[in-house]
Design a protein around this ligand. Structure first.
Ligand code: SF4
Ligand code: SF4
Length: 66
């Protein structure tokens, strides 16, 4: 069986530290100002990608063999 994991990457050239991703993320992956602090909890919902006004977030699926 495959286990889904996600890498959450913020492009620091685009991020304005607005904190919207932190507000929107249901898994507390981001610090208050958009630093990725807890990517292992990411569920892959992509709300951060959708709501980031600067298109700075990318959520990448990583599939691991168990
Ligand atoms: S929503 Fe986007 S611009 Fe705002 S802090 Fe998060 S990554 Fe940065
Ligand atoms: S994809 Fe969802 S769970 Fe993962 S960091 Fe973005 S908002 Fe949080």
């Amino acid at each position: 069986m495959n286990k889904k994991r996600y890498a959450v990457v913020v492009d620091l050239r685009l991020c304005k530290k607005c904190g919207i991703c932190s507000f929107i993320c249901p898994k507390d992956v981001f610090s208050t100002y958009g630093d990725v602090i807890n990517s292992t909890e990411c569920s892959g919902c992509k709300q951060c990608e959708i709501y980031c006004p600067d298109f700075a977030v990318e959520v990448i699926k990583i599939t691991e063999e168990e």
